[in-house]
Design a protein around this ligand. Structure first.
Ligand SMILES: [Zn+2]
Length: 170
C-alpha cells in the first residue's frame, strides 16, 4: 500500500475540522491500509486522516507498532462521553517533527465511535491509550498538541520554528 505524505505544521489543512465518515466499505478499507503503512513507516503510534490531507473523522493507531494490518486500531467519528482526571506527559506528533513537550490531558476517557464497518464502539481508556485518543481526536478538530501548551511554551516553540525556517531546516 502506498505511503502517503504527512502534512506538517503550519500547513493550513491541519486546522480543518474534519467531516464525519458516512461511507464504510472498500474505499475506506484502502485508505485505512494506507494510513497504517504511513504510520508504521515513521514510525508513529497514531495517525489522523487530516494529517495526510483527507477530510474525514478517522484515525488509526497501534501502540505496539505491530506492523500487522489485522491489529491496527481504527476509529471513525469519535466523541468523548466522559473525560476525568488530569495527567501531564510528554507528547510528540508526526506533523510537528523534531519537537516534544509535556501536555496536560484527561487521565481517563470514554470514547464512543464507529469501527471500520460502521458498527458502534465504546472504549474506556486510561494512560497512553487515553492520551493518544485525545491527541488524534484533536487532529480531527483542527487542533495540534502545541496549541495545548502554555502561552509561554507555545511562544518558545514558534520562535524555535521560525529560527529553523530561517535556516532552511523546516
Ligand atoms: Zn499528531
Amino acid at each position: 500500500m502506498p505511503i502517503r505524505e504527512i502534512l506538517t505544521y503550519p500547513d493550513p489543512f491541519l486546522k480543518r475540522v474534519a467531516k464525519p465518515v458516512t461511507e464504510f466499505g472498500p474505499a475506506l478499507d484502502e485508505l485505512i491500509a494506507d494510513m497504517a503503512d504511513t504510520m508504521w513507516d515513521e514510525p508513529g503510534i497514531g495517525l489522523a486522516a487530516t494529517q495526510i490531507g483527507v477530510d474525514l473523522q478517522l484515525f488509526v493507531y497501534d501502540l505496539e507498532v505491530s506492523r500487522d494490518h489485522e491489529r491496527v486500531g481504527v476509529v471513525c467519528n469519535p466523541k468523548f462521553t466522559l473525560m476525568e482526571g488530569e495527567e501531564s506527559d510528554e507528547e510528540g506528533c508526526l506533523s510537528v517533527p523534531g519537537y516534544t513537550a509535556a501536555v496536560k490531558r484527561s487521565a481517563r476517557v470514554v470514547m464512543e465511535a464507529r469501527d471500520r464497518s460502521g458498527n458502534p464502539i465504546k472504549v474506556d481508556a486510561t494512560g497512553l491509550l487515553a492520551r493518544m485518543f485525545q491527541h488524534e481526536t484533536d487532529h480531527l478538530n483542527g487542533i495540534l498538541f502545541i496549541e495545548r501548551l502554555s502561552p509561554l511554551k507555545r511562544g518558545m516553540f514558534i520562535r524555535r520554528f521560525k529560527k529553523l525556517q530561517a535556516r532552511g531546516d523546516a
